[in-house]
Design a protein around this ligand. Structure first.
Ligand code: UTP
Length: 295
């Protein structure tokens, strides 16, 4: 079944980026000249998504505005003859159909996804976290859609190997590989942010999922979980009791741009990968290595 909609929760407070996020949504902080959320929406589009549903909160209007047309700016660019820039911003305004839903209280990721229930309707859909970027030749959401379609349109969680000492930062998944697959498993359990001593594996989810609409039934009945929040992980476990849930080790490099280290990593990597900025970034790095005597 075609997956047409992606829910992108962006209602969080972004406390790791304060004070910038006092006034600017975390997802609008740029990596080079594109806001983080641009890369995430681009992944959705390249995966065949036709409608993006942002779960927002107060102070996040800049995200919707970014994907809207800005006729005043377009007019200014026409009058100043900046036609290349005009084309660029017009393209962004036409990228994808956008719907926004307010999450009035930030009660957790599970609650954020539940807010999309009425707009998603009775169809499978994708969930993509707005502060995690995954880059590679094949968009990660597309990879998960393919696994879902191969397996009776089941729910699929994107997972990656992490350092076993870091399990307390993630939802950790355990499963059994299916048939002769090396990357796809049937999920047996998922634990939210376990201490390394009790983690069931070192396979973590960085925020890419395909869900059957039944996830909403699970989200409606789960109690508050880890951190006093409604956890998507708890709903996934409940869903896995009633239907098959798969975990797929995706291809691609993931950047956790929701924290400063991941953000710096993405900025340097993207600048090195980009033809326009690669030479510039190499020159800067060489100079800094000399200046600070970095070994
Ligand atoms: P995070 O745990 O990264 O929270 O949420 P955050 O508020 O964005 O950032 P920090 O930790 O305070 O720095 C993971 C994702 O879930 C969304 C966030 O916007 C982020 O994309 N989220 C979280 C919601 O949309 N609603 C919530 O109630 C909680």
């Amino acid at each position: 079944m075609k997956i047409r909609r992606a829910v992108i929760p962006v209602a969080g407070k972004g406390t790791r980026f304060l004070p910038a996020t006092k006034q600017v949504p975390k997802e609008m902080i740029p990596i080079i000249n594109l806001p983080m959320i641009h890369y995430v929406v681009e992944e959705a589009i390249l995966s065949g998504i036709e409608q993006v549903i942002f779960i927002t909160s107060s102070g996040k209007n800049a995200i919707e505005d970014y994907f809207d047309r800005n006729f005043e700016l377009e007019d200014f660019l026409i009058k100043s003859g900046k036609l290349k820039e005009l084309e660029l911003i017009q393209q962004i305004g036409k990228m994808v159909e956008v719907t926004s839903i307010r999450q009035k209280e930030q009660l957790g990721l599970g609650h954020a996804v539940l807010c999309a229930k009425d707009v998603v309707g009775n169809e499978p859909f994708a969930v993509i976290l707005g502060d995690e970027i995954v880059r590679g030749p094949n968009p990660v959401t597309k990879q998960l859609i393919e696994v879902s379609q191969k397996n009776n349109n089941s729910s699929v969680i994107g997972v990656m190997e992490i350092d076993p000492q870091e399990t307390s930062k993630y939802g950790i998944v355990k499963g059994d590989f299916i048939n002769n697959e090396k990357h796809t498993m049937r999920m047996t359990t998922m634990v939210e942010k376990p201490h390394p001593s009790v983690a069931p594996s070192s396979l973590a989810t960085p925020g890419r999922y395909i869900f059957k609409p039944e996830i909403f039934d699970a989200l409606k009945v789960i109690p508050k979980g880890v951190g006093g929040e409604y956890q998507l992980t708890d709903a996934i476990n409940l869903l896995a009791k009633e239907s098959e849930v798969y975990a797929h080790i995706f291809e691609g490099e993931r950047f956790d741009t929701g924290n400063i280290e991941g953000y710096l990593n993405a900025t340097i990597e993207f600048a090195l990968m980009n033809n326009d900025s690669s030479a510039m970034m190499k020159k800067i790095i060489k100079e800094k290595i000399q200046k600070y005597n970095i070994k």
